[in-house]
Design a protein around this ligand. Sequence first.
Ligand code: 4AD
Ligand code: MG
Length: 469
Amino acid sequence: MIRSVQWHSKRLQHSLAPNISQLLKKPPALDSALTVNGYVKSVRSLKKVSFVDLFDGSTHESLMCVLSPADAEQLKTGQSVRFQGTWKQSKGKEQPFELKTQAVEVLGDVPANYPLQKKLHSLKFLRTIPTLRWKTGYLSSILRFRSQVDGRLHRFFEDEGFFKTNPPIITGSDCEGAGELFQVESKSKESQPFFGKSAYLTVSTQLHLEVLCCALGKVWSLSPTFRAEESDTNRHLSEFWMLEGEIAFIDNVQQLTKFTERMIKSIVKDLVEDNNGIATNLLKSQRSEEGMEQAIGKLQQRWSSLYTEEWPCITYSEALDILKRSGVKFQIPVRYEDGLASEHEKWLAGEHFHSPVFVVDYPKEMKPFYMKLNDDNSTVACFDLLVPEVGEIIGGSVREHSLEKLHTEIEQRGMNKQDLQWYLSTRENATVPHGGFGLGFERLLCYLSGVSNVRDVVPFPRAHDECEA
Ligand code: 4AD
Ligand code: MG
């Protein structure tokens, strides 16, 4: 007998049908009549019966659908379909349930040369098919993972008494002072600047967050951020998402390092304790030439070591000493005045500490104007968090809250004071010690998922000479 389930009842006909993840997690009663939508992953036909693996992007698992060879004849990999059938206990060992399919509707056909076949495609090849690549098991697990980490961060900040704010994307100032700005202008009006002055896409929402933290205390944002850097590397994007936090009434950099360590550990705790959820899906979707077991083991090991161990913290001078004494022949020579190159950062975290490491107190000349000067008058109260394989993922500092000192710094750097007048007014009206940080969301995702290129953790990557789709 075919029984109707809730989402088929007349009363709920406008509700959403459950996806495959929901069906597998909360299976309907056996013999329920169901409609399942998805894409054909593979078709296998025997004499009297055919099997279709159906996926819909909600989980890395597919749903086994059993149908007649006549119905299966019209089906091929990639098509979008709607199946109607009955929910049954599976006879096979691979999955507990299956859909005994009675009606098959092809919603969208695919061409004969449909590129996603049941084999391992290289990530480089997949980048050439930007509208299809998210249908692969591995990359869809990365997007689900991105969504999970995003959600976890919301919970973390809420628990910590922060308010999520939405600073502007269009700004009049170059927060980092590096000149890597995209200018914003109206296409139709060529004579007058649209905003009455030069305007840019934000390189960091920090300056606005500083204003907001002076009003609300603890604030954060997760916003698109833009940098016109021409570097073609696996860790730079022209449009990336930055998570920024800004906290009033703090006065030392350790308050920031401890906080960000706790923040990342709170995500990792979720991953380690994930009970057959998205993180487990990600593990099961691993792909590696070394073999699945090894890839899964490596990631699990990364998560558990991150979660349990305390991360070291060294000064910039100490980092330079370690690099110089290492005897390693780096491609870029180690020199105090040149800062840390990406290979130095990766070596420190990956080869020396085998752990994320905080580097604090960089020379003032290497950092932007807003950082608080240390008592030595040559370094600033700042930190970078470096992680193995990726390098820097967070940059932050205590902010200079003295108007006088900021004025001096802006003048010495030859910056335009007029453009920053709105920002400087925070120092004229009940200024408070404060500080914050910015985390590159894609870089964090790369590190946590083991993906080596930021282009594979963002849906539609924008980089120099790269704006497909
Ligand atoms: O170190 P950055 O430049 O710091 C700031 O912008 C500060 N104003 C943030 C703050 O204190 N509120 O950038 C922060 C992080 C870097 O550590 C890096 O992870 C990421 O943003 N990042 C990029 N990620 C991808 N592509 C790029 N081009 C990036 N540039 C920086
Ligand atoms: Mg930085």
